[in-house]
Structures are given as structure tokens and as C-alpha cells.
Ligand binder design. Structure first.
Ligand SMILES: Cc1ncc(C[n+]2csc(CCOP(=O)(O)OP(=O)(O)O)c2C)c(N)n1
Length: 279
């Protein structure tokens, strides 16, 4: 049986590999650009979901009892596709088709059950609404699976997020877990200047959710917060994860020019060197 320390090490190693794959993807995307900053803030949480938390079977992507994952911040595909590939939904070599003609790996997720992509997202606010509907359907049908939904904090400027939040608590959706990537930045700059959200956890609580606040890069804290025993009864659950946009490559971190960037070979090499030094 795997110990907690072994599990944490395994998840960290997956996150490191996912960051490396993402560089390959961004290089292939070339002048199309890639959402590097948004992807790099997600890696530990995505690795924890796919390699420690969620019940799923890459060999049977439509397994009825699987937990569902919805990427509400749809531009975070680097964190999503690399987790799916490392988990075995498709070969990691396919990651290098990212954003090329005919590839299923588009710049935002497009529903593809064969490869584990549950829903199409990209228009911010819609994913959490879909996830709430999926959780309500599961509850109505007395199914036991959990719906995990990953949001950006800038995304929480969307009114639709709060309609979903209201309905989830109204329906007592204790099978719905929202993870909010609190990296404090969004595409146009600093979230606080664009639309101040104040006490993020307090806002979710005021909509009837139970909350936890964690360091979104500390794998131990992530797996504890997402453990089934941490989830409330009869209420939805929001995990507010403090993250660093671009985490893992020094010159990506907290620099919003990397929100969506055209990676060239020189910058690729410099970023890859940093990730290799961690090995
Ligand atoms: C409805 C809608 N409006 C605007 C956009 C354009 N857009 C893409 S990413 C982004 C910022 C998202 O910020 P945040 O949710 O904080 O995610 P981060 O990239 O910081 O992780 C915006 C406004 C969109 N995708 N959908």
C-alpha cells in the first residue's frame, strides 16, 4: 500500500512532467500562442485530482461510476490535456498536435468522451453552471459520483458563476466540488483592479457553500482538502486555492505577459532547463 509521502511524491512528479509536456505543446502552438501562465498555476491540483483524488478509469472513459471533471476556466488546457495524457486517456505524443489542424486538442476543451473530455468549455462561467446541472442530475438519479469543477478567480467576475453557486446550495449538492484558482491575475491584469472580489471564501460561504482555503501548490494540503472526508453533507464545497500564475518557471511566475504567449525555442530551452534542474 502506498504511503502518504509516496503519494505526494508521485503527484509532484506528475506535475513536473505535466509542466514539461506543456512546454512542448506551447512550442508546437508557436504563433497561435498558448495559455502558459493559467496552465502552470494548475499543475499540482490537476495532478492530485487525476492521480490521487478522482475515481476514474482511462481505459473505460465512459464508466458510469466515474467522477466527472469540468474545466470551467477552459483556457487552462495545458493543465488538463497533460493530466489526461499522463493518466493514459491518450498517448503523450499526441500532445504535440496541440492546436494543429484536425487535432482534438484545441485551444479550449471540446467534448470528446473517448479521450476523457466531459464537456466543451471556454466561455467563462458556463462550466460551473454545467457542473451544477451534472451534480443535480447525479443526485436525482441517486448516483454516487462527484463532480469536480475548476474555476479561475477572474472567472468569478461572471454573474453566471453566482447563479450556479446559488442553485447548487439550494439543491444541496454535496456531490459538487468547486476549486477556485486564486492566482489574483486575469488576462487583462490584476483582478483587484478589474473587479475586486474581496473575501473569496466568504463570498462562497454567503452563497451557502462550505469552504476550505489552501496553498494550491502544496500537494499535502490539496489531497487533504479534496479527501472525501473533508466534504460537507447537504452542501456544495468550494476549495479556494492560493496559487501563483506561471508557477514552476521563474520567469513565467506572476508575470501576466505569460497569460497567453508565443513561445520560441530560446525561451523554451531556458524554461526546460529550470524544469530539468528539479529532477
Ligand atoms: C465569457 C468570457 N469572457 C471573456 C473571456 C476571455 N478571457 C479568457 S481568459 C480570461 C481571464 C480569466 O482569468 P482567471 O479566471 O483569473 O484565470 P487565470 O488565467 O488567471 O488562471 C478572460 C477574460 C472568456 N473566455 N469568456
Amino acid at each position: 500500500m502506498e504511503t502518504r509521502d509516496q503519494l505526494i511524491r508521485r503527484i509532484r512528479e506528475k506535475a513536473r512532467l505535466m509542466r514539461k509536456h506543456s512546454l512542448d505543446m506551447a512550442l508546437v502552438a508557436g504563433s497561435n500562442g498558448a495559455h502558459l501562465g493559467p496552465g502552470y498555476s494548475m499543475m499540482e491540483i490537476m495532478a492530485a485530482l487525476y492521480f490521487g483524488v478522482m475515481k476514474h478509469d482511462p481505459k473505460n472513459p465512459q464508466w458510469e461510476e466515474r467522477d466527472r471533471f469540468v474545466l470551467s476556466k477552459g483556457h487552462g488546457v495545458l493543465g488538463y490535456y497533460t493530466a489526461l495524457a499522463e493518466a493514459g486517456y491518450f498517448g503523450t505524443e499526441l500532445l504535440k498536435t496541440f492546436e494543429t489542424t484536425d487535432s482534438f486538442l484545441a485551444g479550449h476543451p471540446s467534448l470528446n468522451m473517448q479521450y476523457g473530455i466531459e464537456v466543451t468549455t471556454g466561455s467563462l462561467g458556463q462550466g460551473i453552471s454545467l457542473a451544477a446541472g451534472m451534480a443535480l442530475a447525479a443526485k436525482t438519479d441517486r448516483k454516487k459520483h462527484v463532480v469536480y469543477c475548476y474555476l479561475g478567480d477572474g472567472e468569478c467576475n461572471e454573474g453566471m458563476v453566482w447563479e450556479a453557486a446559488m442553485s447548487a446550495s439550494h439543491f444541496g449538492l454535496d456531490n459538487l466540488v468547486a476549486i477556485v484558482d486564486r492566482n489574483l491575475l486575469q488576462s487583462d491584469g490584476i483582478g483587484r483592479d478589474i473587479m475586486y472580489l474581496g473575501d473569496m471564501a466568504g463570498k462562497w460561504r454567503s452563497f451557502g457553500w462550505e469552504t476550505a482555503e489552501i496553498d494550491g501548490h502544496d500537494v499535502g494540503e490539496i489531497i487533504d482538502a479534496l479527501h472525501y472526508r473533508s466534504r460537507p453533507v447537504n452542501k456544495p464545497y468550494a476549495v479556494i486555492a492560493r496559487t501563483v500564475k506561471g508557477k514552476g518557471v521563474s520567469f513565467f511566475e506572476n508575470d501576466n505577459k505569460w497569460h497567453h504567449f508565443k513561445l520560441n525555442q530560446e525561451l523554451y530551452d531556458a524554461a526546460m532547463r529550470e524544469l530539468q534542474e528539479e529532477e
